[in-house]
Design a protein around this ligand. Structure first.
Ligand SMILES: *[C@@H]1O[C@H](CO)[C@@H](O)[C@H](O)[C@H]1NC(C)=O
Ligand SMILES: *[C@@H]1O[C@H](CO)[C@@H](O)[C@H](O)[C@H]1NC(C)=O
Ligand SMILES: *[C@@H]1O[C@H](CO)[C@@H](O)[C@H](O)[C@H]1NC(C)=O
Ligand SMILES: *[C@@H]1O[C@H](CO)[C@@H](O)[C@H](O)[C@H]1NC(C)=O
Ligand SMILES: *[C@@H]1O[C@H](CO)[C@@H](O)[C@H](O)[C@H]1NC(C)=O
Length: 191
């Protein structure tokens, strides 16, 4: 009974979805253009500063290994993958005001050094930015004092965004591996 009802709802959802697409195709084919005025608006370059908390230890870890390193690369952890839901705060302490979360994955991508491929959405909670995201994808070389990664886009207020992030390590506990990085993000977006 419940499964039957579920199937019917699923079918209805599926047909609505199909109908929506067909209607759009009937009117415009599969591509149309958008009023260019929408993209003649001003663009601002905003500078955001966040503290990014990579908590890898303890009960409240927010960076969790999902794929272990390859045993052969036990100094660089090559092959390891972590999934993260790291707090972004306005001040350097984890207890500072929470302004967003960095959600994504990073992996250890050098066989000979310690560096990472970072793939993250910065989901923001504050004020007009609440619900908007900034997407960062780049190489993070742990031995560089300042690392730079591209901002490759975003959603909400950050549609068509581009820019870059610079990060420095603010704090590292060498016993636990917990770390806090300061992210300065320069992002050009429509206003
Ligand atoms: C984890 O978070 C809970 C709730 O905030 C807190 O009571 C607890 O002390 C935290 N544990 C650790 C190891 O930080
Ligand atoms: C690390 O890997 C090397 C070979 O790459 C091996 O000789 C060594 O025993 C390993 N060390 C540990 C702690 O597993
Ligand atoms: C952000 O938006 C969510 C959902 O719309 C809402 O529940 C939350 O209170 C908002 N947060 C702030 C800080 O405005
Ligand atoms: C690092 O973490 C350990 C274990 O939680 C703690 O005892 C130590 O005080 C921490 N060190 C720093 C510099 O915070
Ligand atoms: C865009 O930049 C201008 C000049 O810096 C500033 O006055 C304005 O508030 C900014 N607009 C938004 C929406 O951030």
């Amino acid at each position: 009974m419940a499964i039957g009802a579920f199937k019917i709802i699923f079918f209805l959802l599926l047909s609505c979805y199909t109908l929506t697409i067909v209607t759009a195709q009937d009117e415009t084919g599969f591509v149309g253009s958008i009023d260019p005025k929408l993209f003649r608006r001003r663009q601002n370059v905003s500078h955001f500063r966040f503290y990014w908390h990579d908590v890898v230890s303890g009960d409240n870890a927010t960076a969790i290994e999902i794929i272990p390193p390859l045993p052969k690369f036990n100094t660089t952890n090559f092959g390891e993958v972590k999934v993260i839901d790291n707090a972004l705060t306005s001040g350097p302490q984890l207890s500072s005001k929470l302004v967003g979360r960095a959600q994504g994955i990073y992996s250890y991508t050098s066989q000979t050094e310690l560096n990472f491929l970072m793939i993250m959405n910065f989901a923001l909670f504050e004020g007009k930015y609440n619900g908007s995201t900034i997407t960062i994808l780049g190489r993070n070389d742990a031995y560089e004092k300042v690392r730079e990664m591209p901002v490759i886009g975003g959603s909400g207020l950050f549609r068509f965004a581009k820019g870059y992030a610079e990060l420095t390590t603010y704090f590292l506990n060498t016993t636990t591996g917990d770390a806090t990085s300061e992210y300065n993000i320069y992002v050009s977006h429509y206003v």
